[in-house]
Design a protein around this ligand. Sequence first.
Ligand code: GRF
Length: 228
Amino acid sequence: MEVKCYIRSFPYSREYRLKKKSCNIAVMASGTGTNFVAIAEACHRGDIAARVVCLISDRPQAPALQRARSLGIATHLIELPSKPGLPSDAEQELVMFCRSREVDLIALAGFMRILKGPLLTEFEGRIMNIHPSLLPSFKGLRGIGQALDYGVKVTGCSVHFVDRSVDGGAIITQAAVPIAEDDTEDTLAEKIHKEEHRIYVQAIGLFAQGRLRREGRRTRILSASDDR
Ligand code: GRF
């Protein structure tokens, strides 16, 4: 069976067709990697028509790397100076690496460097990120802490496409999490993480089925029976 994977972006029309049985994913993570594991396990169980082909990290000590090794998933470490940022030549190298792995989709999961160059061009409409707030509120670092400090009563998480802005790309899906009176950053993070794992898998599954259609800032989710 051929799975067709379309990304239609307007005003310019662009389409990505996946001529394979499943969607190859590269996950990029700098930290713990619980979202990476949720995605990898969902693929392994066959819940979504996708396969994690590698875990890319910029931190040699990232627990995500160890988790990938124990799941038998290939790892790739980008050697970079500890200062923030991702130099353009490093991004170009990642483009080559992802091409060599026939990557269809890049899923950022706690990757702490901002993509600005060649990856965004090569994978336009094919890079997703998960952010721990209801965007467009509380972009950037400490999304959970920012929400608590601000005093909102409901926060949550968002999966969005990555563009040249920080946490500003078209939103794919979101989940709301009410804040309890006694919540701390840690207890709230735990609740948000649970929702993150659910909606990230869901968003990737929809991508793999070709059910995400971008219309300007809006991402329409097509029903399974829609003619694509
Ligand atoms: C998540 O909270 C995600 O929203 C943010 O980074 C965190 C990664 O967590 N972008 P984990 O490493 O997947 O556990």
